[in-house]
Design a protein around this ligand. Structure first.
Ligand SMILES: Cc1cc2nc3c(=O)[nH]c(=O)nc-3n(C[C@H](O)[C@H](O)[C@H](O)COP(=O)(O)O)c2cc1C
Length: 242
């Protein structure tokens, strides 16, 4: 499943932009990467303040601080090296306070059978909010996120996660106009995310209003910054606010 250095094997189901069509990052998005936008040079000033309090469990940065985390962020992207928008969002997470951040591919590559179930379950301890962050690919979850639910949630989730909040943060290539009844997709993004809401319901969780960034295939620097700002804002919301 790893595609490092290889073209993405599947074409897009909707007329998305060149990066997805060709399997390569297009020159404009590449420039954004090189300019450091996606690498997180540009993050909200208020998020930077919390940089030392990040509780990162991404596998690359494993240190905990003494700060108390209340939010667990589980992120997944099957092609992390090609990501522009999610990469920028990960940086915002890493610079936000009170967060335990776990990137599935960073921890487990694309090994759907290699997920450390006990460690993943333990990561929920003391958390009142769980954020799932992923790009929409084929109107669906990423393979590692699906594997995560298969392995980690099972019948364990309803007793363990009841009452916790779930926030879905997703990025979507096609424009908002496509995600309407009359639009090309014929479904709203809320409908596309129905499996996440159903999973939250199954586990007795409180499903928060999802944060969906639509039309990101055309994202420029300004739009990516706006996405980062909006995410930082949602992450700052205290649990009693949502
Ligand atoms: C294999 C693949 C499938 C995709 N499927 C969809 C899709 O079903 N609907 C859509 O709107 N965008 C689709 N896209 C576009 C992605 O959602 C978009 O590229 C991504 O959210 C951008 O985030 P990134 O820069 O972190 O990769 C697809 C992209 C790829 C590579």
């Amino acid at each position: 499943m790893s595609t490092q250095g290889k073209p993405v094997p599947t074409p897009n189901p909707v007329p998305l932009e060149t990066a997805e069509k060709s399997g390569a990052v297009d020159p404009g998005r590449r420039r954004l990467l090189e300019a450091g936008i996606a690498a997180g040079v540009v993050v909200p000033a208020q998020a930077l303040i919390g940089a030392t309090n990040v509780l990162a469990q991404s596998g690359t940065a494993g240190a905990y601080s003494d700060g108390k985390a209340a939010t667990l962020v589980i992120a997944s992207h099957p092609y992390p090296d090609r990501s522009v928008v999610n990469k920028a969002l990960w940086n915002t997470v890493e610079n936000s306070q009170g967060i335990v951040f776990r990137r599935l591919e960073s921890l487990y590559g694309d090994d759907i059978h290699g997920i450390d179930v006990e460690t993943e379950r333990k990561a929920y301890e003391g958390m009142d909010r769980v954020v799932f962050m992923f790009p929409i690919h084929w109107f669906n979850l990423t393979p590692m996120l699906k594997a995560y639910f298969n392995e980690v949630w099972t019948q364990w989730a309803p007793q363990a996660l009841k009452g916790k909040k779930m926030l879905v943060v997703t990025t979507v290539g096609a424009k908002a106009s496509a995600y309407t009844r009359e639009g090309r997709i014929g479904f709203t993004i809320e409908e596309v995310l129905a499996p996440m809401k159903a999973s939250a319901n199954y586990a007795g969780m409180i499903y928060l209003e999802p944060l969906a960034f639509l039309g990101v295939s055309e994202a420029d620097e300004k739009m990516i910054r706006a996405c980062q700002d909006r995410l930082a804002e949602r992450l700052r919301e205290t649990s009693d606010k949502h």
